[in-house]
Design a protein around this ligand. Structure first.
Ligand SMILES: Nc1ncnc2c1ncn2[C@@H]1O[C@H](COP(=O)(O)OP(=O)(O)O)[C@@H](O)[C@H]1O
Ligand SMILES: [Mg+2]
Length: 241
């Protein structure tokens, strides 16, 4: 495994009750990279992110920056810099935009750090500053996704886990979101794992990619390699290159 590997996942197994969903995944993500996880519905992509953020208890090993995180609770994962933006966003819709963002920054002890966090988020998503006092539930789908990512950024994460940010959004809004995620990755060096059904878009914006099929990695490579392999694109990704 390369020295620069930031996240190292070894033989990861996880599931729900007696039902095993992930059957021994091994992969590594380098520091500062965007890693795309592709695969059909039900392949286990969301379960993988849940296992990485502690929502689902895994077996195997998860190491972040050499620290063993296997089986830690979500609260501990958040403290160690892992932020999860779940499928369906997970914003608190009755609360205002500001309340949602401040909740995201709960870990900061100093008021100044919370304020600095808010300014950072507004830099990426100016629309959230305009809508500060509005209920999260009144925002458009794209704005709610921005809020969900903004809330995760309030943690100043080292590892950002994004679960299908494009779900239900127009292609234009999705493009814009991915552009901003790339900017965050480039400006802050945040390592990102993004789960996406839109393989083309994900590969355009990722360094590495892994394809999941029924809880196993069936293909790994650089985004460029995977994109360039027409056979692969047809058999696994369901689109023509
Ligand atoms: N909360 C849950 N309880 C039980 N089974 C689940 C739960 N979430 C997902 N599953 C099952 O785990 C498998 C993988 O689901 P998931 O990780 O959501 O896949 P994906 O995100 O790739 O669509 C599916 O068979 C799904 O039915
Ligand atoms: Mg999913």
């Amino acid at each position: 495994m390369s020295e620069e590997s930031f996240l190292v996942v070894t033989e990861l197994r996880a599931g729900y009750g007696g039902a095993q969903v992930l059957h021994g995944l091994s992969f590594a993500v380098r520091r500062g990279e965007v890693c795309a996880i592709l695969g059909a519905n039900g392949a286990g992509k969301s379960t993988l992110l849940r296992a990485l953020c502690g929502m689902v208890r895994p077996r195997g090993a998860v190491r972040l920056d050499c620290a063993d995180l296997t089986g830690r609770a979500p609260e501990a994962m958040a403290r160690l810099g892992v932020a999860h933006v779940p499928e369906g966003r997970g914003t608190f819709t009755p609360l205002t935009v500001e309340e949602n963002l401040r909740l995201g920054g709960y870990r900061h002890r100093r008021r100044a750090d919370v304020e600095a966090g808010l300014r950072r988020v507004f830099g990426y998503f100016p629309v959230l500053e305009d809508k500060l006092r509005e209920q999260a539930g009144s925002l458009s789908g794209g704005q709610q996704q921005m809020l969900a990512i903004g809330r995760a950024l309030m943690l100043t994460p080292r590892l950002l886990l994004l679960d299908e940010p494009s779900l239900g959004l127009s292609p234009l809004v999705t493009q814009e979101l991915f552009r901003i995620v790339r900017t965050i990755n480039e400006e802050e060096g945040t390592t990102v794992i993004v789960v996406e059904q839109n393989a083309h878009l994900a590969l355009e914006n990722a360094h590495q990619a892994h394809v999941l099929e029924t809880g196993r990695i069936v293909l790994s490579g650089s985004a460029a390699e995977i994109k360039a392999d027409e056979q692969v694109a047809r058999s696994y990704l369901g689109y023509r290159v």
